[in-house]
Write a protein that binds this ligand. Sequence first.
Ligand SMILES: Cc1ncc(COP(=O)(O)O)c(C=O)c1O
Length: 300
Amino acid sequence: MSQTPSRPKKIWLNGKLVPPQDATVNVYDHGLLYGDGVFEGIRIYSGRILKCATHLARLYESAKAIRLVIPYSPAQLTAAMRDLIKANDRQNGYIRLCVTRGVGSLGLNPNTCETPSVFIIADGISLYPAEMYQNGMSVITASTIRNHPAALSPRIKSMNYLNNILAKIEAIDAGVPEAVMLNHLGYVAECTADNIFLVQDRKSGPVLRSPPLHAGALEGVTMNIVLGLAAKAGIPIERHDLTKHDLYVADEMFLTGTGAEVVPVTAVDGRSIGTGKPGKTTQKLIQAFRKLVAKNAPED
Ligand SMILES: Cc1ncc(COP(=O)(O)O)c(C=O)c1O
């Protein structure tokens, strides 16, 4: 599923396809100075833009929340992504679509920025080694909590990921690729760039458990795809507050994200999850996800 990153031929920058060396950002851009901007990460499978419309809807919602008016319509951005895919001959890979506040003065005031800057990159992405999709990964719970929703809603996909980066550094220091982030109340929110799912095997069969949106997570596009696949497979879904203890005693665990796709987790904070191997329900959902994107990936 993953692809080795290679240098793209063209970048889409403010309406033009330009060579990467010409795709530069002004040092007065508030996206750079303050992380003032929003973005999307989107997958391309066999030339199709997975959930293109859903990603764009989230982009415009994020922009609205920070009072940023995107100077292009969703149709124009969709056309831009298709032009970029064609220009780069990229049938599979990853699109990064960023909208910054634009070039302004050195103060915080966003009104000094005349025009938002929009750029789109189409490239390869490989977040975790292939072996982890087979055998699962170990994660830790970070001491860095997810942003307080009253400070910056985690539902805004903003260009400021410092909060998550600090948790990622904790993971790297601990020798694992990912960290689970709790919210300000101590409940499980999400990982640094993925949503989180648990499976609990009950007498009636497996049940999927994931934190509710109010726990403070990004409303993941992949998460919603997996929820749909689980519902289709007749797996009941429970969304309620989860604690670290719920993670430790889960029968299975996996993460979802555009970059990560669906990846099994087999240990948390040194406790093995279930049998210590990716479980049946996780494997079933990974297969269902791969089948969905293999041919005619939905673009709605
Ligand atoms: C903080 C965070 N949570 C969750 C996700 C997963 O969301 P999606 O499936 O839309 O990529 C991402 C992906 O970028 C993320 O950055």
